[in-house]
Design a protein. Sequence first.
Length: 202
Amino acid sequence: MESKNEVILRGWILIPFEFHHVTGNIEIYRGLIQTKRKSGTEDVLPIHITSEQLGHMKKVPEAGDFVEVKGSFNSRNFYDDDAKKHLMLYVQVKSIVLLENVEQISENMITIAGRLVSRGVARNTASGRIVVDFQLATLRRTNRRSCIPCIAWGKYTNQIEDLDDDADIEVIGRIQSRNYTKVEKGREITKTVYEVSVTEFV
């Protein structure tokens, strides 16, 4: 199975693009987009774009603008100021369009195909739902690998548990964000986790 990693987001720019880092002499800018689920829960997701892409835009989106983003959900290792390695997850923008004079209906969908590289043990949540975590590895056009954390609920947990190690699978879902707190160096800080919540197996 060939790797597939296709994202479409419709939502509101929460934080406009700002310079973030340089990779391979390419300047990368980072912003945040907010999408809404049918339940009303909001997901805030990082989106990355190159300086070249920004330079070709007639109007760079500002905070509050409603946009459509198409791209891929990627991961890369990133080192903080303390030289501590983190896995950074983000949507790499292929195209972004400012949507004006349209009904502002949020959308958040990802189709991803890759190889199963790890999975957890199915567990019950506090609400009684059964859930399992797993990771899919996909190849980008640059031949670099992205490892994408995913979460499956209910009947899909059985499908994940029944798969062989290194199985090739394709799923559809949404990219969700959730916050948690932890103590580091005596300080309580808030962390954000990004993952694909699976809604369908293809």
